[in-house]
Write a protein that binds this ligand. Structure first.
Ligand SMILES: [Fe+2]
Length: 443
């Protein structure tokens, strides 16, 4: 039995495995590029180390693709084969990853909460707990699991960035900014803290400040994994989009998002699709041709075809199906809708209700908008507008759906009528103050 850099017990005699685990955890917390290589190195040094195998499984599950999931299952099997001697924390952690792999997200969260209470130094467990809360749409849970371990980690820049993001999602913006800036003062190379502060500036309409903030820090993102690299640049692009600087948005899409994306990565694909939809809505609103992004849509499609039957996350499916419909892949759209319905039947009752009542209607609304059917978009989205938080994702990510709905209203109605509708729809959606929408209204 040895200890990691936080003094947590690891069941192994290999100092090489311990070094690799320390590297993996640090890399994961700073969203670096080498997490996979590091943990695999640790497993090679001691294939019997249960938690190292569980860390690898968690890494692959977080990639959110069916191929990565197959890797995860193999490493999870190895982890559970070596459970006999492990410590209580390792057992809890491995149980959390087993629950994740089974799709029992509430159970996984319960294990991460227990770890947070009993072993507050275990920050990768907190990060993974936040991941689950994020995709459950549970903003308070996202904040509270990080706050649980704050007393023991007040000087840890990564934990402070997690608390800052949780505070921002709970609309406690001034506290969030204080924590985010504190995290960066402790460690400037901390892209999750940069991201949290960008969210605050976006929510408060501080466009020029947001651009300056992110562009000054962007040099530190070179070692970022592609998910946060492209996502942080998405936030920069959204600031420019709100300023109606479409040429810069296009340049950022090509050079910082699509060029740097791992083309097979679901997260990177969702980021690219999200920006293309928003850009297209703005182009149409300004009466400009969407032809300049036609090729970008087409380039995405080959990478989406393996996604049709995955159904890893509702948020992702809604993006994929939009891109397929937008590019006229009628057969694939039908195939994916049938697959979503089949998937829904296999889920436990609570999840089945979510997919039946929210996700599939939202998918139909996305398909309708992408196909130019504005009335269909309105009909499918309107009954579920106030429930869309249940599909998870950040407030910024979910704001896409509001933009699509409002665009459908604008294009389906006479302008005077649609302008009056904007106000009532905004009330219905209980939105945060959001500059992008307000900018769109002015445009
Ligand atoms: Fe974000």
């Amino acid at each position: 039995m040895l200890q990691d850099s936080k003094g947590l017990d690891i069941t192994t005699d290999s100092t090489e495995t311990i070094a690799a685990i320390n590297g993996f955890i640090d890399c994961s917390l700073r969203y670096g590029q080498d997490a996979e290589a590091m943990i695999l190195q640790g497993i090679r040094a001691d294939p019997t180390c249960a938690i190292a195998n569980a860390y690898a499984a968690a890494y692959y599950l977080s990639q959110e693709s069916s191929i990565a999931r197959k890797h995860a299952v193999l490493y999870l099997k190895a982890a559970t084969q070596h459970l006999q001697q492990v410590s209580e924390r390792e057992r809890l952690y491995i149980s959390a990853i087993v629950a994740w792999a089974k799709g029992s997200i509430c159970q996984a969260i319960a294990y991460h909460e227990t770890i947070a209470q009993q072993f507050p130094q275990d920050l990768i467990s907190v990060q993974q707990g936040q991941y689950h809360y994020f995709y459950q749409g549970d903003e308070l849970g996202l904040l509270q699991i990080a706050e649980t371990v704050l007393p023991e980690n007040q000087e840890d820049p990564y934990l402070l960035s997690m608390v800052a993001f949780g505070l921002e999602q709970c609309h406690r913006l001034s506290q969030a900014e204080r924590l985010g800036r504190q995290a960066i003062a402790l460690k400037r190379d901390n892209p999750w803290a940069h991201h949290a502060v960008a969210h605050i500036m976006e929510a408060e309409g501080r466009l020029d400040e947001g651009i300056a903030w992110m562009e000054e820090l962007a040099a530190t993102w070179e070692d970022c994994n592609s998910m946060l690299y492209t996502h942080n640049w998405l936030h920069v692009a959204l600031f420019y989009l709100a300023k109606v600087d479409l040429q810069t948005v296009l340049t950022l899409y090509h050079e910082k998002i699509w060029h740097r994306a791992r083309k097979n990565s679901p997260k990177d694909q969702v980021t690219a699709i999200s920006l293309l939809i928003r850009l297209e809505i703005m182009l149409l609103r300004l009466g400009m041709s969407e032809d300049i992004i036609e090729e970008s849509w087409e380039k995405l499609v080959p990478y989406l075809l393996p996604r049709l039957h995955e159904h890893t996350l509702p948020l992702h499916d809604l993006h994929y199906v939009y891109a397929l419909a937008r590019t006229g892949r009628i057969e694939q759209v039908s195939e994916m809708l049938v697959s979503m319905a089949t998937h829904t039947q296999r889920l436990e009752p609570r999840q089945r209700g979510l997919w039946n009542e929210i996700v599939i209607p939202a998918a139909k609304a996305m398909i309708a908008h992408a196909s130019g059917d504005m009335q269909g978009t309105i009909d499918d989205f309107k009954p579920i507008l106030s429930s869309l938080w249940t599909i998870g994702g950040s407030s910024t990510q979910r704001h896409l759906f509001k933009q699509i709905y409002l665009d459908a209203l604008r294009r389906d109605q006479h302008d005077d009528f649609s302008h009056r509708l904007f106000a009532s729809v905004e009330k219905l959606l209980h939105p945060k103050k959001n500059v992008i929408l307000r900018s769109g209204n002015r445009a």
